[in-house]
Design a protein around this ligand. Structure first.
Ligand code: URA
Ligand code: SF4
Length: 261
């Protein structure tokens, strides 16, 4: 990758301007030794205790189609099913379901955690400040929401705690909602999946809830035979500017994977 191109990417992500030592060859990726050390436990990576403090939602009796039916649905049936879904307790607190948005033939699929307040109101994923950063990340790799990129979440309804604040979905909620995402992935057949943050990565890879995102970066994983790259969640990147550089490295890996696919 040329330095000019890299500078454009970094600028899109709000990291620029890029400067380098003139007596050094240009490295495509920031050397690990130059990365700032994470000062504290990653804010996004909630501890087990925090996870446990999450108010467990009471699942309602399943009235939606079984996952085997979901696996055979077309786009219209899938959208209708999600819109009326009561498979988990999150249906009780939602304003709108957030199905996902973008190009249904996209080669790039970005997967977040679940709707927040803005998304719950509008029905579209990633519309807040984190969404702006995600849009910049998309632009950095040459795609847009509606053009060769699709954006979805692990759960389609907003999870909140007892104080009305956003929280990660529980395992039960994730399990209830995953068949929809699985079907979306099967219909889209993307070339590369990008998991945004811990919830997306762990849910898709079926890993231990204690696994930190830092352990999953830098490797091309597989989901249903498709390459999956893990990076930080944009909301986390907004809180931790130095990690943006790492997200850039992750996008480079995703682009290489895409190019080689
Ligand atoms: N965070 C997510 O993970 N998904 C959204 O849609 C919005 C914020
Ligand atoms: Fe249904 Fe998913 Fe919403 Fe739960 S989160 S009610 S499974 S659409």
């Amino acid at each position: 990758m040329t330095l000019e191109r890299r500078a454009v990417f970094l600028d899109e992500m709000g990291i620029g301007p890029l400067w380098q030592r003139r007596d050094m060859p240009v490295a495509t990726e920031t050397p690990a030794a130059l990365e700032p050390m994470p000062a504290v436990a990653l804010a996004e990576e909630r501890t087990v205790a925090e996870q446990a403090s999450v108010i467990a939602a009471v699942p309602r009796a399943p009235e939606a189609p079984p996952s085997s039916a979901v696996a055979g649905m077309n786009w219209m049936q899938l959208k209708e099913s999600v819109a009326g879904c009561v498979k988990c307790g999150l249906c009780n607190g939602r304003t709108k379901t957030v199905f996902g948005v973008g190009d249904e033939k996209a080669k790039w699929l970005f997967i977040g955690e679940g709707p927040g307040r803005n998304e719950d109101q509008t029905g579209e994923p990633f519309v807040g400040p984190a969404g702006k950063l995600l849009d910049n990340m998309l632009r950095a790799i040459g795609v847009k929401r509606g053009e060769n990129a699709y954006i979805a979440n692990i759960v389609k309804c907003r999870p909140t705690d007892g104080n009305g604040r956003d929280r990660p979905p529980t395992q039960e909620e994730t399990a209830a909602c995953m068949p929809y995402l699985e079907r979306q992935i099967a219909l889209i057949q993307p070339t590369v999946l990008v998991a945004l943050g811990k919830t997306a990565a762990l849910s898709l890879l079926g890993l231990d809830p204690e696994t930190p995102v830092s352990k999953l970066r830098g490797t091309v994983h597989r989901y249903a035979g498709l390459p999956l790259v893990v990076t930080y969640h944009p909301a986390y990147l907004l809180r931790s500017l130095p990690e943006k550089r790492k997200a850039w490295t992750d996008l480079c890996l995703a682009m290489t994977t895409y190019a080689n696919a």
